[in-house]
Design a binder for this molecule. Structure first.
Ligand SMILES: Nc1ccn([C@@H]2O[C@H](COP(=O)(O)OP(=O)(O)OP(=O)(O)O)[C@@H](O)[C@H]2O)c(=O)n1
Ligand SMILES: C[C@](O)(CO)[C@H](O)COP(=O)(O)O
Length: 404
């Protein structure tokens, strides 16, 4: 095994094809948008982000200058990209890129040649290729062992043979090389002109270089037909974030001499009463505000002004049911309601289950989504002095996405 070499790796991204198999609609496939950017922008971003990249060359078609300028701008990469015009075949395009790299970047020792339409490779794949180069391999091919059973078909669409798949691999890119060795092989193949190679490892083999196989990545697909591009776009789509909102509410009412208080719609006999314009149910008032808050619908005072005589002595369930209707009219689904009562007396515990049942009924949700809790204020402050009762409420509501 040879000692690890210091590598200066140039990247040649070929993107001068016409994408016949992907169809003409939407223009050349390397410029079609997937996720937030054109295909080629994703590819360039990944190479620019890899610390092993010393120099970046893009091989483009003469007709695509404006498309490439746009893609480069969207990719927002800081590293300069050397642009070269390609040829009529992939082989010719790669050769143009290799020549430019050799001429413009004399320090480069190695090259990774990559299809612009393979935007999903990861840094681990690049590291595997670089590690093989560093061990002294002059030609490195990332490839995936063929998993399907292979058949040979004839012109009549009949199977003529089953091909043993043992030892067969699907070739990927970036195919990685000693720069001088692959440039010489390409120049020789171009001079020979005998055959059109579909990949660079093929040229290396033809030139007598040993090609090292390294593990490819099943995710590193080439976008060849329209369906591949659609799937790539789906793969990059931002996952829908569930629109679950919470609202809170707070209310206080003064306690005066009386015969009982209404809390969560339940009348509890007591030697005091809550003072208010309506029935002064602090718990339902706080929850009404919490529900309205989930859809920015103001607060209870906006909907039921204390100055309006029609709400004098009104049962507060009217307010809560009104807020629940506003939420539902906006498509909201009430997920849960939680109320904390802060009161020195009366004791809430014996009434808690009735209160939860009332809330469930008013909100038309199940009782396990309704919670009522109570605490004293440890005799401190206005609650502690039994001058008032306070309530804090929280509601959660799911709002489904607007139809597109
Ligand atoms: N004359 C060419 C032909 C291909 N390529 C590039 O080589 C890669 C190989 O992918 P492929 O799917 O074969 O691309 P196209 O040649 O564009 O596709 P098609 O064969 O369907 O026309 C692509 O990034 C493509 O842009 C290139 O730079 N120059
Ligand atoms: C280089 C390549 O991506 C390896 O799989 C492939 O050969 C590109 O060209 P093709 O015409 O789609 O085979």
């Amino acid at each position: 095994m040879q000692a690890k070499k210091q590598l200066q790796i140039g990247i040649v991204v070929v993107a001068a094809g016409r994408g016949e198999r992907a169809g003409q609609e939407g223009g050349p496939k390397q410029y079609r948008r997937i996720g937030d950017a054109p295909v080629i922008s994703h590819t360039l971003r990944r190479f620019a982000a890899w610390p092993g990249t010393a120099c970046l060359v893009a091989v483009t078609h003469l007709d695509d200058d404006a498309l490439f300028d746009h893609a480069l701008e969207i990719s927002r990469i800081a590293m300069p990209v050397m642009r070269v015009h390609g040829g009529a075949t992939r082989q010719a395009s790669v050769l143009a890129g290799l020549r430019a790299l050799r001429q413009q970047a004399p320090d480069i020792t190695h090259v990774m040649i990559h299809d612009g339409v393979r935007p999903f490779f990861d840094a681990a794949l690049l590291e595997r290729c670089a590690a093989a180069l560093a061990q002294g391999d002059k030609a490195v091919l990332p490839a995936v062992a063929v998993a399907d059973t292979l058949k040979r078909g004839d012109a009549q669409a009949l199977v003529s043979a089953t091909v043993p798949r043992a030892g067969l691999f699907a070739a990927q890119t970036p195919q990685s090389f000693d720069l001088d060795a692959i440039l010489a092989a390409h120049e020789a193949a171009a001079a020979d002109g005998g055959q059109d190679f579909t990949d660079d490892a093929g040229i290396a083999e033809w030139a007598g270089l040993a090609v090292r196989l390294v593990e490819g990545d099943a995710g590193n697909v080439k976008l060849t037909v329209k369906k591949d591009i659609d799937m790539a776009d789906q793969r990059l789509a931002t996952p829908a974030i569930p629109d679950i909102r919470t609202g809170n509410g707070y209310d206080v009412h003064r306690l005066v001499a009386g015969d009982g208080v209404t809390l969560c719609g339940v009348f509890i006999p007591h030697d005091q009463a809550l003072l208010g314009h309506s029935d002064a149910d602090v718990a339902l008032h706080a929850l009404t505000d919490a529900l309205l808050a989930t859809c920015g619908a103001g607060d209870i005072g906006d909907h039921f002004p204390p100055s309006d005589p029609q709400w004098r002595g009104a049962p507060s369930r009217i307010f809560l049911e009104h807020a629940a209707r506003i939420v539902r009219d906006k498509g909201g689904v009430i997920l849960n309601a939680d109320i904390s009562l802060i009161a020195e007396a009366p004791k809430v515990g014996p009434h808690r289950e009735t209160m939860r049942a009332r809330l469930a009924e008013m909100l038309a949700i199940s009782i396990d989504r309704c919670s009522v809790k109570a605490t004293t204020n440890e005799t401190i402050g206005f609650v502690g002095r039994r001058e008032g009762i306070a309530a804090i409420a929280t509601a959660s509501v799911f709002y489904p996405p607007e139809p597109a």
